[in-house]
Design a protein around this ligand. Structure first.
Ligand code: HMG
Length: 401
């Protein structure tokens, strides 16, 4: 699919410093649930999941974990390596919000004991919320190049049991640092954006689980891809052939294959399913194991690419983000010389391996059911081994340690 040549960044003595990703790390829930358990329960061929939708296991948070504990665990590692100097903004992207008013990022700010001189907000637009936060971060750094922005994307994807969405559940958080002259990825200026008001997936406030018109959502994703791609090209985006790798939002990895077939057709270089799947395979490793993590999913695709390939220096990555409802964006970035010294592949593998496998009955106990229960006071059992835990609710206030 790709020429995999080195792409020169805007250079020369007067060129503005590049802006992009300095460091990036993920965290996930305590449990893993192999989809063979679900296939056995439903008496269907497991290859419908392993092959048909391209998913193997899903991460499931313990009762004392949520978007805050996962987000804090991912962000803690970014802070340990980079310190807090220069961070004046914390953006927390999620669509599994735990409060209608207070940003989940403020809880993370407290848990990590971050300096007070930071603005902290939550962004929301389904799975697009993470890329929306990234774009805001780039804008802040462009205005004040000495500032850094800590971005956290964290979600728990839940559908009702016994629905077609059930095998696409999952949970994870990705944290990353956006700054000028970064070490991993320089993000290029061209952007293709797209919004349309469709009801393909939504989660009313009284529900733990999302509602989805599954097949319609696949079509809505495709329409948004075509729209964002053409807008990208109309706004200075490079030719398809100049992009070496493609990272899609992966609600299930097969979705990205369908999308890539569509994009290659649109770009006049159509690929059949096996070639499209092979071209994207290096971006699938983590999402196949974690399930849908909504805002974090696209970044996990990028991390899988970084951690699995030997040498990506100078190569251009195309990113497509889709958030149901729907907002989408296509943009590119170039991987920087020396990026490998800043990766965390072993750390990431250890996080996957540390998860505790569970069977169907335990999965059902951990599934919260459809409706949000009005409970102002309760305590959770200690289950997680993660650095932070959700202790329960006291007079409506969430408690973290
Ligand atoms: P389904 O109806 O259960 O699946 O749900 P299916 O019957 O269409 O089968 C899926 C594939 O498995 C098919 O392949 C089958 O042929 C194949 P395809 O035709 O698609 O290439 N298959 C098999 N393959 C091998 N061996 C077998 C076998 N049996 C069947 N034995 C659906 C599919 C996507 C609808 C469902 O999973 C769903 O509702 N998912 C949730 C919605 C979703 O993820 N939508 C994606 C686009 S929307 C989005 O990305 C946004 C989102 O992340 C939310 C947000 O933005 O916040 C969801």
């Amino acid at each position: 699919m790709s020429t995999q040549t080195n792409h020169e960044q805007a250079a020369g003595p007067d060129a503005a410093p590049s802006t992009g990703i300095q460091d990036i790390a993920f965290a996930t829930g305590h449990y893993s649930f192999d989809l063979k358990n679900l296939a056995e329960k439903h008496e269907i061929d497991v290859n419908k999941f392993y092959v048909g939708i391209g998913q193997e296991t899903m991460s499931i948070p313990a009762e004392d974990e949520d978007i805050v504990t996962m987000g804090a665990a991912a962000a803690q590692r970014i802070i340990e390596r980079n310190g807090t100097d220069g961070i004046r903004t914390l953006l927390f992207a999620t669509e599994s919000g735990i409060d209608q008013s207070k940003s989940a990022g403020v809880y993370v700010h407290g848990l990590l004991n971050l300096p007070r001189e930071i603005r902290t907000i939550e962004t929301k637009m389904a799975c697009y919320g993470g890329i929306g936060a990234l774009q805001m971060a780039l804008g802040i750094v462009a205005r004040n190049p000495e500032e850094k922005v800590l971005v956290i994307t964290s979600d728990v994807a839940r559908y009702d049991v016994d629905t077609s969405g059930e095998p696409t559940q999952g949970a994870a958080a990705v944290a990353f640092l956006v700054q000028a002259s970064p070490d991993i990825l320089a993000i290029e200026p061209a952007q293709g954006v797209y919004t349309t008001d469709v009801q393909d997936f939504w989660r009313p406030n009284f529900r733990n689980t999302a509602l989805v018109d599954g097949k319609f959502s696949v079509g809505a994703y495709m329409d948004a891809l075509v729209g964002a791609w053409h807008d990208y090209r109309a706004h200075g985006g490079v030719d398809f052939r100049e992009i070496d790798w493609f990272c899609y939002h992966q609600p299930f990895t097969k979705m990205a294959v369908k999308a890539h077939m569509r994009l290659t057709k649109e770009a006049g270089v159509p690929l059949e399913k096996p070639e499209a799947a092979a071209a994207l395979e290096p971006t699938f490793g983590y999402n196949k194991q974690l399930g849908n993590s909504y805002t974090a999913s696209i970044f996990l695709g990028f991390l899988a690419l970084l951690d699995s390939q030997k040498d990506l220096e100078g190569q251009r990555v195309g990113f497509f983000s889709y958030g149901s409802g729907a907002v989408a964006e296509f943009f590119t970035g170039v991987i920087l010389p020396g990026y490998r010294q800043h990766l965390r592949a072993e750390e990431h593998q250890a996080i996957l391996d540390a998860r505790e496998p569970i069977g169907y009955d335990r999965y059902r106990v951990l599934h919260p059911g459809t409706l949000v229960q009005p409970t102002d006071n309760y305590r959770t059992e200690r289950q997680t081994q993660a650095p932070f835990r959700f202790e329960g609710v006291d007079e409506g206030s969430r408690l973290y340690r």
